[in-house]
Design a protein around this ligand. Structure first.
Ligand code: UDP
Ligand code: MG
Length: 146
């Protein structure tokens, strides 16, 4: 089992697409372990995207991520990192396949609705950055077997 961090970015919240995005992840079969709405501080946004700090779009990306509330979530499942990235689609919504969140709902490379961790190692780092252990719930679904 793997855990991964998902953020509904400020554009997704402002466009009232939180439910749509959660619904797609639920229907994929992933399990929600934690969720909260918050307006990220600059320091949190900078830590979250620290691997991109030398990219030209980094300053505007930090402005964007701190521009309004985001919904932060932890989802679990087999290969959850890859499953979420596949359900999100390519970074650029214009290149994301139809049927994906970004391909169906977006057009803008920065305002691309949601974030998903890009590897199991990144996911561990990001889950710990956004959530404390007591904010995550371990539970078993009725259809999961024993
Ligand atoms: N981004 C951007 N301009 C670019 C590439 C990326 O504004 O040319 C933004 C976009 O919001 C993207 C985020 O930076 O989701 C992080 O980029 P990354 O390459 O990690 O894409 P992701 O993992 O989100 O698909
Ligand atoms: Mg990324």
């Amino acid at each position: 089992m793997e855990r991964t961090l998902v953020l509904v970015k400020p554009d997704g919240v402002q466009r009232r697409l939180v439910g749509e995005i959660i619904s797609r992840l639920e229907r994929r079969g992933l399990k929600l372990l934690g969720m909260k709405l918050l307006k990220p501080s600059r320091s949190l946004a900078e830590k979250h995207y620290e691997s991109l700090k030398d990219r030209p779009f980094y300053p505007s990306l930090i402005d964007f991520l701190t521009s309004g509330p985001v919904v932060a979530m932890v989802w679990e499942g087999p290969k959850a990192v890859e499953a979420v990235r596949q359900t999100l689609g390519a970074t650029d919504p214009l290149k994301a396949a139809p049927g994906t969140i970004r391909g169906d709902l977006g057009l803008h490379i920065q305002m691309n609705l949601a974030h998903g961790s890009d590897s199991p190692e990144t996911a561990e780092r990001e889950v710990n950055l956004w959530f404390s252990p007591e904010e995550l719930v371990t539970w078993k679904a009725a259809d999961e077997g024993s």
